[in-house]
Design a protein around this ligand. Structure first.
Ligand code: PLP
Ligand code: LYS
Length: 466
């Protein structure tokens, strides 16, 4: 330490305690309590900058422009939206709630995109009223719904992208892979026997082509682009190139059919990070160069000029910048294997219970995700034990770290830090067992500042109408 999977501001202080951006975690625990999400601002901003610079440089090299949208679903607060926007990123939102946060942060509407497979009329209306730069349409019915909302406003045509599913399946877990056919997102590129309803065609069209034609048939809509997101926590980048090729083929086919060349292609997010020591995150420079070269080659093959591109990284910007700080409570050795009568071959796992759990990090329970933890308030030379870090919830799957070596003298009152929890931790947190959600505390140049305050029991009781 430091090094992956920790944020770049993590160090061991002279007495062995962790510091983040110059803030001692023991002071943080006293001032903010635990559990607490700790966000290293400089690290987050640097990742935002490096993605933007890498993609701008690589795409400029092949003659294309690119915009980087931060995927707010990973974690969005007003401050984070401001930081990423100040670093030249735009903001991708998935709901009216995320849109509200981006707008509160002062991100201009034209720098915001709105996603969602089931947008409400209110969300569509709010996006149009805010003048969002793009609504990413997820179904054929939504083409009509956005067109009707745009018509009702009578202003400029609403800028839309069509989200397509390319069949490319990438990412760590089925639930976070989003471009295979049998799931709820987007419109398939595969022809499935349906006949196009747009442009008087007699040929069978894919749902994706049908939707593009439907958008073109609506004067209230401006067909801005085609969108593809293939999954999340992707460590093998070849899927991005295959998916991009399929989208560019669709764009060329539409141009051949209608003469309209879609101006933008969004390649989605999904860039994988390191969660464990020894894991290697995708390198933005490498991936940007490879994808840019590949889309340039595909466009040349297809004989179409390059579109403008965009990408939507979430996890890669905020994930490694965050850690969660917990206080250890019960420590319990449990015999988990080996014949009962042969003590020397028995495996003992030490269950280390912390004061949070699946309510602040659902990813291990939901995806089997692995995390890394370290003793944070001190160093110890005690013999390591095989530990499982578990939460306080009434659920045996309430595991935060499946397997980790911790010093054998780990005890109640110690602090544990779990690395790389910045993405999809707070944003997927719940109140299971009426546990209030932890605060998000930013650390910058030796100072700590609360971005999202800790929930209280009063907050929970205030919702209960008796
Ligand atoms: C459409 C879209 N864009 C961007 C993202 C962000 O993905 P990640 O956080 O893996 O970069 C997601 C989530 O997987 C998504 O569904
Ligand atoms: N929530 C997922 C990532 C997003 C899934 C699809 N948009 C995770 O924690 O990995």
């Amino acid at each position: 330490m430091p090094g992956e999977p920790w944020s770049s501001g993590v160090r061991r202080g002279p007495d062995g305690a962790l510091t983040v951006a110059g803030v001692d975690v023991r002071d943080l625990a006293v001032a903010q309590g635990t559990p607490a999400y700790v966000l290293d601002e400089a690290d987050l901003r640097e990742r935002a900058r490096s993605y933007r610079r890498a993609f701008e440089a690589a795409f400029a090299e092949v003659g294309a422009g690119v915009d980087v949208y931060y995927a707010g679903k990973a974690f969005l607060s007003v401050a984070v939206a401001r930081w990423v926007h100040a670093e030249g990123l735009r903001v991708d939102t998935a709901t009216g709630g995320e849109l509200a946060v981006a707008l509160r942060a002062g991100v201009p509407g034209e720098h915001i995109g709105l996603h969602g497979n089931n947008k409400s009329d209110a969300e569509i209306a709010r996006a149009l009223d805010a003048g969002v730069g793009r609504i990413i349409v997820d179904s054929l019915v939504e083409v009509e719904r956005v067109a009707a909302a745009s018509r009702a406003r009578g202003g400029a045509p609403a800028p839309v992208m069509i989200r397509v599913t390319t069949g490319v399946h990438a990412g760590g877990h089925e639930y976070i892979s989003t471009a295979h056919e049998d799931q709820k997102f987007g419109l398939s590129l595969a022809t499935d026997g349906r006949v196009a309803t747009g442009a008087g065609s007699q040929t069978e069209d894919s749902p994706a082509m049908t939707a593009l034609l439907a958008v073109l048939a609506h004067p209230e809509l401006e067909l801005l682009g085609i969108h593809s997101h293939i999954g999340s926590q992707i460590l093998d980048p070849s899927g991005f190139e295959v998916a991009a090729r399929k989208v560019l083929e669709l764009r060329a086919a539409l141009a051949q059919r209608t003469g309209f060349l879609v101006p933008e292609v969004d390649l989605g997010g999904g860039y994988g990070i390191a969660y464990l020591p020894g894991e290697v995150a995708l390198d933005p420079d490498r991936i940007a160069k490879d994808v840019a070269a590949s889309v340039a080659a595909s466009s040349a093959d297809l004989g179409t000029p390059l579109p403008r591109f965009s990408i939507e990284p979430g996890r890669a910007i905020v994930g490694p910048a965050g850690l969660t700080l917990y206080t250890v409570g019960t420590v319990k050795p449990v015999r988990v294997g080996g014949p009962d009568d042969e003590a020397e071959s028995t495996i003992v796992r030490t269950y280390v219970s912390i004061d949070g759990g699946m309510s602040d990090n659902i990813r291990p329970a939901l995806y089997g995700a692995d995390y890394h933890a370290e003793l944070a308030n001190r160093l110890s030379d005690a013999e390591p034990v095989l530990a499982r870090v578990v939460g306080k919830h009434c659920e045996s799957g309430d595991i935060v770290v499946h397997d980790v070596l911790l010093p054998g003298d780990v005890r109640a009152g110690d602090l544990l830090a779990v690395a790389a929890t910045g993405a999809y931790g707070r944003s997927m947190a719940s109140n299971y067992n009426h546990v209030p959600r932890p605060p998000v505390v930013a650390v910058t140049d030796g100072e700590a500042r609360v971005l999202v305050r800790r929930e209280t029991e009063d907050d929970l009781l205030a919702l209960d109408q008796g």
